[in-house]
Design a protein around this ligand. Structure first.
Ligand code: SF4
Length: 321
C-alpha cells in the first residue's frame, strides 16, 4: 500500500467557552482521531451534526489549530509550520457556496485570487487562460468570469467554489458537505463531477456528510464519528453489509429505503437515554448512555479503535477479546 498523503496522530480539538461566572470550560469537538488518507482515495466521514467531522476537516487544514496531536502531509509534520506552501496542496470546498464566495468579487477574481497568492501565472494572459480553463473544467464558460456569485444558481456557485479549490492544483481536498445545501437533482451532478476530477487529477478527498447514503458510492472507505470520536472505519461496501458499532447500525437504520416491504420488515432500534454534553464527556465509551448493548464496563473504560476483522476497525467492547 502507498504511503499516506495525510496522517493524523492523536489529534484533538477543544474550544474554550467562558461561562457566566468566568470559569472557562472546553467543548471537546474532536478526541484523538487516528486516521490516514491515501493518495487518490476518497475517505467518507459521517456522523450527526455536532459530532466533530467538520471540525476535524478544518483542523487537518490548520484552519483550526489542533489542541493536541500531530498532522502529517506526505510524511512531513505540518502541525506547527507556516501553512502557506501547503495551502496549495490542501484545499477545501465548503457546504454553503453562497456564503463562501465573496459577493463583491467577480467569478474571475474569486478563481484568480489563489492563482495570484501562489504566483501561478507569469502574465495577465496566462492568468486569464488559467481561469477560463478552470471554469470550463467545472462546466462554466469564460463569459461567466465577469459576473458576480449572486447571478448563479446554488449548483453553479458550488462549481465556482470547486474551480477556486482546483486553481492551485491541490493533491487533497476536504469536501465539507459539498452537496447538502443543493437540490437532490443537482447533488449527483456535483458528486459525478468530483469523481471525474479525481480520476483526471489523482486527487484525494475527505468527503464529509451527515447523510451516510451520500458518501456510499463516492467513498472507498468510510469513517463514522460520534461525539468527537472515530468509532468505526472500514471499506464502504463492508460498512453497509456488516456494520459492527451499535451507533453505525442506528445510523444505517435511519437511511430511508425506497422499497416499502423492506422498510416494514427492517428492524428499527429506538435509542433511549441522553446524548452527553460535549463539555462533560462521560468516562468510558461515549455511546454508552444510548447504546442498547451497553455492558457494565462500557461506562468505565474507553474501547480502543481496534481491528475486528481485516481492514475493519471498531471502537466497541463487544469486539474486544
Ligand atoms: Fe455499546 Fe459498550 Fe460498544 Fe460502547 S463499547 S458501543 S456502550 S457495547
Amino acid at each position: 500500500m502507498a504511503d499516506p498523503l495525510i496522517e493524523l496522530r492523536g489529534i484533538k480539538k477543544y474550544f474554550p467557552v467562558r461561562e457566566a461566572w468566568g470559569r472557562i470550560r472546553h467543548i471537546h469537538a474532536v478526541e484523538s482521531v487516528p486516521l490516514s488518507i491515501f493518495p487518490g482515495e476518497t475517505l467518507g466521514l459521517v456522523g450527526e451534526s455536532g459530532c466533530g467531522k467538520t471540525t476535524l476537516g478544518r483542523t487537518i487544514l490548520r484552519l483550526y489549530e489542533p489542541s493536541a496531536g500531530n498532522i502529517f502531509f506526505k510524511g512531513e509534520d505540518i502541525t506547527r509550520v507556516n501553512m502557506l506552501p501547503y495551502r496549495r496542496k490542501m484545499q477545501i470546498i465548503f457546504q454553503d457556496p453562497s456564503s463562501s464566495l465573496n459577493p463583491r468579487m467577480t467569478v474571475g477574481e474569486i478563481v484568480g485570487e489563489p492563482i495570484d497568492i501562489h504566483g501561478l501565472a507569469k502574465t495577465r494572459e496566462e492568468r486569464r487562460e488559467r481561469i477560463a480553463a478552470l471554469l470550463a473544467k467545472v462546466g462554466l464558460n469564460s463569459e461567466h468570469a465577469n459576473r458576480y456569485p449572486h447571478e448563479f444558481s446554488g449548483g453553479q456557485q458550488q462549481r465556482i467554489g470547486i474551480a477556486r479549490a482546483l486553481a492551485v492544483e491541490p493533491e487533497f481536498i476536504v469536501c465539507d458537505e459539498p452537496v447538502s445545501a443543493l437540490d437532490v437533482s443537482i447533488q449527483s451532478q456535483i458528486v459525478n463531477m468530483l469523481e471525474d476530477m479525481q480520476a483526471e487529477l489523482g486527487l484525494a478527498y475527505l468527503f464529509i456528510a451527515h447523510d451516510i447514503s451520500v458518501v456510499r458510492h463516492i467513498s472507498k472507505r468510510i469513517g463514522v464519528m460520534y461525539l468527537g470520536y472515530l468509532v468505526e472505519l472500514t471499506g464502504s461496501g463492508e460498512l453497509y453489509k456488516n456494520p459492527l458499532h451499535p451507533y453505525t447500525k442506528t445510523l444505517l437504520q435511519a437511511v430511508p429505503i425506497p422499497d416499502p416491504v423492506k422498510t416494514r420488515s427492517r428492524e428499527r432500534s429506538v435509542l433511549e437515554g441522553e446524548i452527553p454534553n460535549p463539555m462533560e464527556s462521560p468516562p468510558g465509551c461515549p455511546f454508552h448512555t444510548l447504546c442498547p448493548r451497553a455492558m457494565g464496563h462500557c461506562a468505565v473504560t474507553m474501547p480502543d479503535l481496534a481491528e475486528a476483522a481485516p481492514g475493519h476497525r471498531v471502537a466497541c467492547h463487544l469486539y474486544t477479546n
